[in-house]
Design a protein around this ligand. Structure first.
Ligand code: PMP
Length: 438
């Protein structure tokens, strides 16, 4: 048996490489090619870190120019021209138009580090320890963020007791059998409930890893109301649902809430470069210099692409409008699959272009995504048992590529659920497009 260098030298901790066992070398927009020349449609989008696709030209050009000019690559958290530009663009195009008076803290480059910072700040500002988080929430795997993450598989790797958090039922938990916020409100008011008064509530508006559970606008507004009434800070982790994924730059915009703290990462740089930030209501910015330190708080290449992404995609409502159109098309397709595969597909999940199909049998869901990969579509699953097939194409994907990807997926659903009668012919465009790209 000959082992690849990945198998012989890379740690067993690797994961995506097992699900997609090809070696990739080239990617443009929503398409990606392996070294053996096979073309794939990308419905994974770097798990939400490639919302604008691979190598978007409007971001690549300024980055190349920046590097060619010997501009600053690493500047710790010093003032640089690229950071100045990003802050200005954020102020002009993201924050002021939305009436958000946040300051921007650049943290270490991972999403987990932004979450760590948000949790630490909430504790520091309020003097309380407990943070309320939600069933099926995912916030990263460093110890603080992991304590707020529901998944037992991830939690069990901590090696330490995970403390300082209390889990509450998310909107719709137990199929809506309980009114989760009524419960939360009740235990907050009951001095004998055992709930330690929280510093903050930490949540995703749509739970990316937890199975694409989407909180309703009414639920989010009520949660904000409860937080205000008890002087609890509201932290929205917009690492996966933000940067346009659900249709607006911030996922909480349609709910018309204003979180006290917001975390951003994944597609914040727009180019797949590591960059994270915490947005903090001005009055809460009680950090002292270097308290939440980090060498890589100044990914200047990412500052360049982040500024270009915001200027390219968020200076008007064009992209948002397009996401709304695409999500309606995707929704129609999801509805057709639910009708066709009654019993096998339970329901559709998510919001905007953060959508999924809940399968009754997680093993069958796994067979669908494995088959899809073999047929040239990269797509993953999420949820407590990986039972939700997660449609996560870049939000800039063309109609043609969305249709082509959905066709492959439909074909695989038909095969796994044995409904081959109406199965579309598997796509045959591989060679043609390959010649253009390589
Ligand atoms: N929060 C959310 C909502 C996420 O989806 C993720 C990553 N999936 C994280 C935090 C952690 O980000 P990272 O993997 O970059 O640490």
């Amino acid at each position: 048996m000959v082992y690849s260098i990945f198998e012989s030298l890379e740690s067993e901790s690797r994961s995506y490489s097992r699900a997609y066992p090809a070696t990739f070398s080239k990617a443009i927009g929503s398409e990606i090619w392996s070294t053996d020349g096979k073309r794939y449609i990308d419905f994974l989008a770097g798990c939400g870190s490639l919302n604008y696709g691979h190598n978007p030209p409007a971001l690549k050009a300024p980055l190349i120019e920046y590097i060619t000019n010997d501009s600053i690559a690493q500047g710790l958290d010093m003032q640089t021209a690229s950071k100045e530009r990003l802050l200005q663009v954020m102020s002009d195009l993201l924050l002021r138009p939305r009436g958000l008076d946040y300051v921007v803290q650049f943290t270490g480059p991972t999403g987990a580090n932004a979450v760590e910072s948000a949790m630490k700040l909430a504790r520091k500002v309020t003097g309380r320890t407990n943070i309320v988080c939600f069933t099926n929430g995912y916030h990263g795997v460093s110890l603080g963020a992991l304590a707020a993450t529901g998944n037992q598989y991830n939690r069990s790797a901590a090696g330490l007791p995970l403390t300082g958090t209390t889990f509450m039922p998310y909107d719709g938990y137990m199929n809506g059998a309980i009114n989760s916020l009524e419960y939360f409100s009740h235990v907050l008011n009951d001095k004998s409930s055992g709930l330690e008064m929280p510093a903050a509530v930490l949540l995703e508006t749509v739970q990316g890893e937890g199975g694409l559970n989407a909180a309703s606008n009414a639920w989010l507004r009520k949660l904000e109301y409860i937080c205000k009434a008890h002087e609890i800070l509201l932290i929205v982790d917009d690492i996966q649902a933000g940067c346009g994924r659900t249709g607006t730059f911030f996922s909480f915009e349609p709910a018309k809430i204003q979180p006290d703290i917001v975390t951003l990462s994944k597609s914040f740089s727009g180019f797949g470069l590591p960059l994270s930030a915490v947005l903090i209501k001005r009055s809460l910015d009680q950090w002292r210099p270097a308290e939440h330190n980090g060498t890589f708080r100044g990914n200047n290449h990412a500052f360049v692409t982040a500024a270009a992404a915001i200027e390219t995609y968020w200076k008007n409502s064009e992209l948002s409008n397009n996401i709304a159109i695409q999500s309606t098309r995707i929704d129609d397709w999801l509805t057709r699959q639910i009708i066709k595969h009654q019993g096998d597909i339970v329901k559709s999940k998510g919001r905007g272009m953060m959508r999924g199909l809940l399968c009754a049998d997680p093993d069958k869901a796994a067979r669908v995504t494995k088959l899809a990969f073999e047929q040239g579509l990269i797509i993953e699953r999420s949820g407590p048992q990986d039972e939700v097939i997660k449609l996560f194409m870049p939000i800039t994907t063309s109609d043609e590529l969305i249709d082509e990807g959905l066709e492959i997926l439909e074909h695989c659903l038909n095969l796994v659920f044995h409904k081959d009668i109406a199965s579309p012919t598997p796509p045959v465009r591989q060679e043609v497009v390959l010649q253009q790209a390589i």
